[in-house]
Design a binder for this molecule. Sequence first.
Ligand code: ADP
Ligand code: MG
Length: 306
Amino acid sequence: MEELKFYTNKYYRNDLNDKLKSEYVTALKDPKFKALTNKFKLTDEDGMKYTSKLEMVVSNLKNCERCKGLVECKNEVNGCVYYPTKVENGLDFNYVTCKYKNKEILNNKLNKSKFFGLSEDIKNANMSLIDDVDFKKRSKVIKCLKDFYDNYPNEKKGLYLHGSFGSGKTFLIACLLNELAKKDFKTILLYYPEMLSRLKASFDGETESYKDMLDEIKTSDILLIDDIGAETVTTWSRDEVLGTILQYRMENNLSTFITSNLNIEELETHLSIVKNNMDKVKARRIIERIKQLTTDMEMISVNRRN
Ligand code: ADP
Ligand code: MG
């Protein structure tokens, strides 16, 4: 019995070795396979060890060569290429995202960041959710938003909507913007205080992502700057961030909505930080831009938050 087992194992080993060798030799006839072994400076022993995996890599790469986008991806894992990396004692194989997948990931990231720091009910706000509580008091605002919906993009002027906490300012504007997003307009809703801290974080870290983020905000078709006045003002946030965004949107005639608990005069005071003359001029300049971009409107209603 022992003898038989020994015999089988030995026989099996030789057989396997021959098989691997012949598979490797055959695979090497493919210039792409050969190129891979060169690229990773593989010994014949390694080449033999990884033949079938490397063949999979080659087949993935060949699929990619002819591919024009994710919908026609022929690889086992959509948008991914099976690919080796050199490690200490050989090769490590992983699925690596392709250029189309990377682009999709980037786009999704940008789509998601359509909302900066706003709650789920604001993300899901839509016209059908608007209820009748206090309708009369808010009807002027609702009419304005409806007009905007009907006339956009011929009419582009947004609102500066101010009023008490919890009156539904953010909710109503989110309804409008979410409906317009369904029509494929690029909308961004950002909770201003949080956007500033995010921008600041990306600014401290990678300059590139800071620029991308600011560009994205600056250039969106319709923008909501939510809860301005709740932030801690610095010259950076006022002049570099807010000033830049508003200036760009004014020059390019892009729709901008702003909500605040402060009316426009109170906002001006809020924006004058050190309150010397230069500072007042800067605050004034922001207010002028806001006035150009928006119609001033007050929202009176009960506090809807529970
Ligand atoms: P504000 O921005 O004025 O502080 P919000 O827009 O955040 O107030 O509204 C407060 C809460 O009331 C939110 O949770 C929102 O979902 C809800 N809400 C506001 N207006 C309406 C409405 N017309 N219909 C239904 N829910 C509303
Ligand atoms: Mg709000």
